[in-house]
Design a protein. Structure first.
Length: 408
């Protein structure tokens, strides 16, 4: 299945940013009420001590002016806005179909992006074709922006392949299940292209839970010391499975960049325009030789961590409902309608396209062939290896033994 994924396509900074830029107050801590019950919802009301975040579009769909970052979306046309909306709607529809397929036994597992569409589409559309992207396992929207066939994302979760696409075809690395390790890969790749003198940048995605991993800390250290052209894009959906962010850090995540000597930014992760603008700024900064940036997209995981998770065991409905009111798709739709940039005909056509996408995804998944038993031996080493050849031969003999038994 091939799906068309073409479309459109400076925050408050920490003290490590350039002189003369504005920033959230250093040392400010996010205050949330703690509970002793695993099922009691946390307080979600924004406190006056919370750091401000970059926002260009309010939850009500009102455009907010920003002297630092308006320039990065100044060229956005009505067509571009409709394209961003289409990206988010189709990504959500694909995600919903994948979740349904897992529930029906067609996939082994699925990690939903529900609620994080703006962070992924905004940042994904900020990248250039020659930039390189290192995802985790939830960046379905970024994959969409990079032109990866959605069906290929599902092969690994169905167990019929070991990735599903050639990373170099779209400059989009394979999904990484090991938490945080892709930030090291991204840093090394960025150091390499810097030495090659390439005019491109790297972006690495990870979550708030991964921010506590040693790999991420090492990535920050190396990228800062070697001035690597990499953007660390943290989707802070506030729950590392069942652990809230306040059990991960005592300061807002974007402020961690200060200790490594590069800028950190917090952006409204449910605002696709703000995510687009901030990521463009960070990528341009990387390409111009100014080094790494940490972008914290402050968003919310509306669903489960994966389909093996039950979020009702550790958070309540009050918190989820509060964030549903900030829905990234509804936010842009309100703006499109208020600005007369889209009519009912556009939304009706997109709904039909969305349903067609869901049907095609379901058909393709159910038609996926069984995996090649020997595929595991492919691409282990770039130039082959004698030990892999030996293991392949042993496995071939093992497989042949079953045929001998059946023929006896």
């Amino acid at each position: 299945m091939s799906v068309d994924s073409s479309a459109a396509g400076s925050p408050r900074r920490s003290a490590a940013g350039k002189a003369g830029t504005t920033g959230s107050k250093t040392g400010t801590k996010r205050t949330t009420s703690r509970t002793t019950s695993r099922t009691t919802s946390r307080t979600t009301t924004k406190k006056s001590t919370d750091p401000e975040l970059v926002q260009l579009l309010t939850p009500e769909g009102k455009r907010v002016k920003n002297a630092e970052y308006d320039a990065y979306v100044a060229g956005i046309t009505p067509d571009d806005l409709r394209g961003l909306y289409r990206d988010m709607v189709l990504t959500r529809r694909f995600d919903a179909e994948a979740t349904a397929l897992q529930r029906q036994g067609e996939l082994g597992l699925w990690a939903s992006l529900l609620g994080q569409e703006a962070a992924q589409i905004g940042s994904g559309r900020a990248t250039r074709e020659d930039d390189y992207v290192f995802p985790t396992y939830r960046e379905h929207g970024v994959a969409w922006c990079r032109g990866v066939d959605p069906a290929n994302l599902l092969g690994m979760f169905r167990g019929v392949n070991h990735g599903g696409w050639d990373p170099n075809s779209n400059n989009f690395h394979l999904y990484t299940i090991v938490i945080g390790s892709q930030t090291l890969h991204a840093t090394g790749y960025a150091m390499g292209i810097a030495k090659d003198g390439a005019d491109s940048a790297v972006i690495a995605y990870f979550g708030d839970g991964a921010s506590s991993q040693g790999d991420v800390a090492e990535s920050f250290t190396f990228s800062a010391v070697y001035n690597a052209p990499v953007v660390f894009f943290c989707q802070n959906n506030q729950w590392a499975i069942s652990e809230p962010t306040e059990k991960q850090t005592r300061v807002p995540l974007y402020q961690r960049a200060q200790g490594y000597g590069f800028p950190g930014v917090r952006v409204d992760g449910n605002d696709v325009l703000a995510c687009l603008a901030v990521t463009k700024w960070a990528l341009e900064r990387a390409r111009s030789g100014e080094g790494p940036t940490l972008v914290e997209a402050y968003t919310y995981r509306m669903g489960a961590h994966t389909t093996s998770d039950d979020p009702s065991r550790y958070r309540g409905d009050e918190e989820r409902l509060a964030w549903e009111a900030k829905d990234p798709i509804l936010r842009l739709r309100r703006y499109l309608e208020a600005s007369n940039h889209a009519d009912e005909g556009f939304f009706a056509e997109l709904e039909a396209e969305s349903e067609a996408l869901g049907r095609r995804v379901r058909e393709v998944v159910r038609a996926m062939p069984d995996p090649d038993n020997f595929a595991v031996f492919e691409n282990v080493y770039a130039d082959g290896h004698a030990l892999v050849d030996e293991e392949r031969a042993q496995f071939a003999a093992y497989q042949a033994s079953f045929a001998d038994v059946e023929g006896a």
